[in-house]
Write a protein that binds this ligand. Structure first.
Ligand code: FE2
Ligand code: FE2
Length: 270
């Protein structure tokens, strides 16, 4: 038996790397290809899960753990270059199932979220996400969902009108006449679904309603409240935060009234 050995971090394995590996199989007349893991900051558990998702359709591709040297096997070491994961460079080359896995398990989520916003907005995103997580914990809700929705709630805020309208026409063309400041709740949800491959419906729903605050879903309320009460904004919101930790519905009422009063003062019709 002739076996090709690929040693790497696979954090994650890219689609283009997989097709290279499949070519090696033919080129070197290999019966099987075995993947052997090197150390990496992303846990072995997560990396092996991602690799399993990638190689599931290929029976002759296997993951080896521990001792893998057996007598009577002809080994061929195959070339492989580890990548330093970069969202802009590599995201298009990650398979959809792996993207969803990464989003569900927090793999590079913070780096990706940071690369989608300007530095000043990142301060807001990271601080409101912390508040969203705190609120979720106070209400015994899923803290990871709050984290993910917080991280990406403003992910399309940097788009100008033309870029934003492109995304709006994909799925929210009937909302184009709403104020431009609202558009990023629609485009954000579309981007998370289509590009980031987030499949968690609670997270998508919370992003979709975060500007208007017109949903009674507890996670959507948390994201709306954390966005408005973010401690990095320049006013004291400690009273409202304390209320939100006790009672989301009550806090929604108070914060929405404050918002309407604020918008009226700014001369915006509400
Ligand atoms: Fe927003
Ligand atoms: Fe925001």
């Amino acid at each position: 038996m002739r076996v090709g050995i690929i040693k790497g971090a696979f954090a994650p394995l890219l689609c283009s790397q997989l097709s290279e590996i499949l070519k090696f199989r033919k080129q070197y007349s290999l019966d099987e290809i075995w993947f052997v893991f090197e150390e990496h900051t992303v846990s072995y558990e997560n990396r092996s899960h991602m690799l399993k998702l990638m190689i599931a359709p290929y029976r002759k591709l296997k993951i080896m753990k521990g001792d893998w040297l057996y007598e009577g096997i002809d080994y061929v070491q195959l070339p492989f270059v580890n990548i330093e994961f970069d969202f802009d460079l590599h995201w298009k080359d990650v398979s959809s199932v792996v993207k969803t896995y990464m989003m569900e398990h927090g793999i590079y989520v913070e780096d990706i979220a940071r690369s989608l916003v300007k530095p000043k907005r990142w301060l807001h995103v990271s601080s409101m996400t912390q508040l969203a997580v705190d609120l979720a914990v106070s209400h015994h809700m899923n803290a990871y969902e709050a984290f993910l929705a917080g991280m990406f709630h403003d992910c399309t805020k940097r788009l100008d009108y033309d870029e934003s309208s492109f995304w709006m026409r994909l799925n929210a063309s009937n909302k184009l006449d709403e104020a431009f400041a609202i558009h990023h709740q629609y485009t954000g949800e579309i981007y998370c679904r289509r590009v980031l491959k987030i499949r968690n419906q609670n997270v998508l729903h919370a992003i979709l309603h975060h500007v208007k605050g017109d949903s009674n879903h507890p996670l959507a309320q948390i994201i709306y409240l954390a966005d408005k009460l973010d401690p990095s904004r320049d006013y004291d919101s400690s009273k409202e935060i304390a209320l939100a930790k006790k009672d989301l519905n009550q806090a929604m009422k108070v914060v929405k009234e404050q918002q309407i009063a604020y918008l009226r003062k700014e001369g915006v019709k509400v």
